[in-house]
Design a protein around this ligand. Structure first.
Ligand code: ISE
Length: 337
């Protein structure tokens, strides 16, 4: 048996803790060797039940000791760039939770550093690409099973937005997934973005504008429309309906089982993304570990992270201008071909 890949998880918050548990209990070929968090007690609590794992407050310390083989970055986006550049310098395979970085310029710097390193080491945590429904819809689009894809209709609803979640974050933190999903489904870049904001729910915190409608156009003219609604109260829902020339396909419907009892019918709604995408996250991590052991990445690349950051920038501009805003992209480097 090969020795397990020693992973350092950077950030032991909501997503980091979820991934620590996943690697420790469900992923083959990897172990949590270290957890880094500026909050020392939080890092210590995260490793308390993992024999041999160490807690740190500084990423550089972990890198200098040379005792890890891969990084999983789950800190807030504004902290990603420095860690990613250091990971590239040390040649470490890295899974970085979305967004790659908070803006297109810094994402482009990461892409350029990876190009200079000469190989792909960074995978971005767009977990939806590992969801069974997402994969089947992509296949139907590629195979033209129902003719050409014409339009996409996405619903992205959360029960409540966390405190401090701004109007811009609806684009940068939530719709970023849809930008990637549309690119994944169609295999095309997004040409432009428009955002309309109408009546807001009284349940939105601190002046946040929620819901919002986002319309994007791909290179070949496919229109994709998103309702992002983060204080929808009822639970979590991420679903897509695709209109083809000879069929309509829906994915992300409600979770089974569907029950009839006591004069009612229905089922339960996932409370949040951890439950809705649990299988996708497991598959994402397993594929990443398997690929890292081969010296490859197993999913969306730094280019995907950069391209979606450019879409977000256009989206945030469109929130205030109301205009159709073009997405500005650099030329795609060879290593991402
Ligand atoms: C969160 O960061 C995610 O990535 C979830 O998938 C998304 O539904 C949520 O809106 C974001 O805040």
């Amino acid at each position: 048996m090969n020795t397990p890949l020693r992973v350092a998880v950077i950030g032991a918050g909501r997503m980091g803790a979820d991934h620590i548990d996943r690697i420790h209990h469900r992923i083959h070929g990897a172990e949590v060797a270290a957890v880094v968090d500026i909050d020392k007690p939080r890092a210590e609590a995260a490793v308390a039940h993992i024999p041999g794992a160490v807690a740190h407050t500084d990423v550089q310390e972990i890198l200098d000791r040379g005792e890890v083989d891969a990084l999983l970055v789950a800190t807030p986006g504004f902290l990603h760039e420095d860690v990613l550049l250091a990971a590239l310098e040390h040649g470490l395979p890295t899974l970085c939770e979305k967004p790659l970085t908070p803006d297109a310029a810094s994402s482009w710097r990461v892409v350029q550093a990876e190009v200079a390193a000469g190989r792909q080491l960074i995978q971005v945590g767009f977990m939806r690409r590992f969801d069974a429904g997402y994969r089947s819809l992509r296949r139907l689009i590629q195979d033209k099973t129902y003719g050409e894809l014409l339009t996409l209709h996405h619903q992205h609803r959360n029960a409540t937005a966390p405190p401090g979640f701004t109007t811009e974050m609806l684009i940068n933190d939530s719709v970023v997934h849809e930008f990637d999903a549309v690119r994944f489904f169609t295999g095309e870049e997004i040409r432009n973005v428009q955002v309309r904001i109408g009546r807001s729910t009284r349940n939105a915190p601190d002046g946040q504008r929620d819901p919002q409608l986002v319309l994007m156009e791909t290179e070949s003219g496919i229109l994709a429309q998103v309702e992002v609604y983060l204080n929808a109260q009822f639970g979590y829902q991420v679903a897509t309906q695709a209109s083809f020339e000879t069929g309509i396909v829906g994915i992300g419907g409600d979770v089974e089982p569907y029950v009839r009892t006591a004069g009612t019918w229905g089922g339960s709604v996932a409370p949040s993304f951890e439950e809705r995408f649990v299988e996708a996250y497991d598959l994402e991590l397993q594929d990443w570990i398997n690929a890292a052991a081969r010296g490859e990445i197993g999913g969306p690349s730094a280019w995907d992270g950069y391209a979606t950051a450019a879409c977000c920038e256009a989206g945030v501009q469109a929130q205030t201008s109301g205009e159709i805003v073009p997405v500005q992209l650099q030329r795609k480097p060879e290593i991402y071909a």
